[in-house]
Design a protein around this ligand. Structure first.
Ligand code: ADP
Ligand code: MG
Ligand code: ZN
Length: 474
């Protein structure tokens, strides 16, 4: 049976967190009363003139730098004409064949282009509760109309839904780090369309693609792409053909429905916006964008690896900025080996705080660093250190004080208390003791287990082994 390979390219719309809208002075703010942030320009009234937002262009250049794009010395705005109630002018000001940024790469995915445009207003389908003249009403909130957007278009380099989801996570972290957007999928400040085709493995030619519109969470993106891959595969297997169209994925029912047949560029009757001058990117603008660049996740990942953090941990810490910040704060406090610290954060702490920001938890980076130091100094066993971490997560505090108060400290070498307990364990497990004497060191597990139970995990395994050997004259 023919094996198929999915091919996926993403188009991502990012709402830029500028102070004002793309072509007018209206403030940008989410959640204000409807139609309070408008003016004649963003309402598309006749006789008004747009002016491009310098901060949006600055953010666009920063995105281009982060993605390694070529920044155009000159780019222009076009009118993209179509009719819809959320678009009062009857056209969207966007960029067409002279975008702000071209090319680039993020992770394993090449970037096709990045351009600037304005968002449409928000259509709210009020349903029967909003009946007007006896019919179901849809109303328009123009507050969102004119919000600056950067549209990022990738090359079709992704090969699975899971990879698309992971890559979008990297892009989101990168954008968040740049500080150019809230990048919140649920609130719509990050929106993603997925272009999907499949082809028989080994074929280099691309298959006919469909476009899944506006998935508003990472989970739905992955599920939607998988559902569409399955739909296309079933179609091709029974001799059908994929029709190029725009689709909607309903996460509730997992069903895919057609929104419209795919429109072509000429349907939009693009033409240069006569009311705006071209964007001439000056050396000064480039310099401002360059000097505003923070360390990006990909660079942070490399730097953490060069400190001795494993590849897997470095990726987790760099891609979740808040984890990376927590790690660096803890490292600054302890200064000891990075990898054990990374393990405690990526495994134990994340297991306890989940998706929450550990910086907002009761465990300060300083406290975690101290706990890891106690483990390293063998002042507490790993098992008991996890109990201390439970306490830190619940109540905060100082790890050494918790170890002291709860009596969780290691019973280590020279501790008289340990000798009689090992003695008793040997007596209670006479056959294990016999095996050890006969050279079967595996049998020591039973003795260590017994001692651990008696000491509530406070004994150091290596120390118990040493005492056993001593007592059995080995
Ligand atoms: P359109 O003209 O339909 O907008 P583009 O060439 O601009 O198509 O590409 C839009 C997006 O679709 C890009 O992200 C691109 O990588 C992706 N894409 C293009 N062709 C394919 C294909 N055959 N399969 C999957 N994705 C594709
Ligand atoms: Mg396109
Ligand atoms: Zn306005």
């Amino acid at each position: 049976m023919t094996e198929f390979e999915p091919v996926i390219g993403l188009e991502i719309h990012v709402q830029l967190s500028t102070r004002t809208k793309m072509f007018c002075g209206c403030a940008l703010s989410f959640g204000e009363p409807p139609n309070t942030l408008t003016c004649p320009v963003c309402l598309g009234l006749p006789g008004t003139l747009p002016r491009a937002n310098a901060q949006a262009i600055h953010f666009g250049l920063m995105i281009g730098l982060a993605l390694g794009s070529d920044l155009a010395p000159r780019s222009i705005f076009h009118r993209k004409n179509y009719f819809y109630p959320d678009l009062p002018k009857g056209y969207q000001i966007s960029q067409y064949d002279e975008p702000l940024c071209r090319g680039g790469q993020l992770g394993e995915v090449r970037i096709h282009r990045v351009h600037l445009e304005e968002d449409a207003a928000k259509l709210v389908h009020a349903g029967s509760s909003g009946r007007i003249h006896g019919s179901d009403a849809s109303v328009v909130d123009f507050n969102r109309g004119g919000t600056p957007l950067a549209e990022i278009v990738t090359e079709p380099d992704l090969r699975s839904a899971a990879q698309a989801r992971e890559w979008l996570t990297l892009l989101r972290t990168t954008l968040r780090r740049l500080g150019v957007s809230d990048v919140n999928m649920e609130e719509g400040s990050l929106r993603c369309d997925a272009n999907i085709s499949i082809r028989p493995v080994g074929v280099t030619e691309l298959g006919t693609k469909t476009e899944l519109k506006n998935m508003n969470s990472f989970r739905f993106l992955e599920r939607g792409i998988n559902a569409e891959i399955a739909r296309q595969e079933a179609l091709l297997r029974c001799g059908g053909q994929v029709v190029q169209q725009t689709l909607h994925f309903d996460p509730q029912t997992e069903r895919i429905t057609s929104l419209r047949s795919k429109e072509e560029a000429h349907d939009y009757r693009y033409f240069p916006e006569p009311d705006l001058v071209p964007v001439a990117t000056s050396e000064q603008m480039l310099e401002a964008a360059r000097s505003a660049m923070p360390e990006l996740p990909a660079a942070r990942e490399e730097r953490l690896q060069s400190l001795g953090v494993s590849a897997a941990s470095a990726r987790q810490l760099a891609w979740r900025t808040e984890l990376g910040d927590y790690f660096e704060a803890a490292l600054a406090a302890d200064g000891a080996e990075p990898q054990p610290l990374a393990n405690w954060i990526c495994n134990e702490l994340v297991a306890r705080v989940g998706e929450d920001d550990p910086n907002a938890s009761k465990v300060t980076p300083d406290a975690l660093a101290k706990l890891v130091a106690l483990v390293r100094q063998k002042a507490v066993t790993i098992g008991n250190a996890k109990l201390v971490l439970d306490r830190l997560v619940a109540d905060g505090g100082d790890p050494a004080a918790i170890v002291e108060a709860e009596g969780l400290g290691v019973m280590a070498g020279g501790d008289d208390a340990l000798d009689p307990i090992v003695e008793a364990a040997l007596a209670a497990n006479a056959d294990a003791a016999e095996k050890i004497r006969g050279g079967n060191m595996k049998a020591i597990g039973a003795i260590i287990g017994h001692v651990m139970r008696e000491t509530k995990g406070r004994a150091d395994g290596a120390e118990v082994t040493r005492i056993v050997r001593q007592k059995l004259g080995l």
